[in-house]
Design a protein around this ligand. Sequence first.
Ligand code: 5RP
Length: 236
Amino acid sequence: MDLQNQMKQAVALAAVDQIQNGMILGLGSGSTAALMIEALAMKIKSGEIKDVVGVTTSFQGEVLASELGIPLKSLSAVSEIDLAIDGADEVDTKFQLIKGGGACHVQEKLVAALAEKFIVVVDSTKLVEKLNLDFKLPVEVLPSAWKQVQKTLKDLEGEGNLRMAQKKAGPVVTDQGNLILDVTFKNGIAQPELLESQINNIPGVLENGLFVNMTDEVLVGKVENDTVAVESLNKI
Ligand code: 5RP
């Protein structure tokens, strides 16, 4: 396993250590969250964790968790989530995130918003001083509105491109049947909270990948002296 995957594995295990019997869990999406789901399934199988129920944030998570025998409920069947665990594409020093690299941020934000505690699990390559200098901001849009939203984003100095599929002609289609614009803002994102609401106010936008003031803890996998370690970050 390469070093990045070792870091992901380590944070996934550290997050699962926080799961207690009887919890309703938000199960995130992406490769780090998948490792967390696998680790959770192993602990359920061994009897170390009992009576938990998962709420998944994507088709990917739903298939994986159900194949591994994790009991699931739909989002509409729960009124609260005790603990949600998910990955991220960028994390800044104030625990503000860009998510949606897997085009799952609509359901991920719903689950994180309902969670009593939201833990983000990342490897050290995801830590940034300022959001959007490297990773584009995913914005989910209604298919019929993508051109109009693309145009309106220019008023916010955002340059958005339709995310194209691989091994399929045409664009990526989300779990909700929508499209994704990946957006770059000039000089990165200076005011995530303001921009999050400005983008969501554009007609035709379902949700953007800025997660502001939602994260309670960031667990980061690091390599120190050739050894993988996990650190719980302090918010600055
Ligand atoms: C999916 C996400 C993922 O959590 C994010 O892309 C990180 O994925 P990975 O753990 O594979 O790097 O937001 O929409």
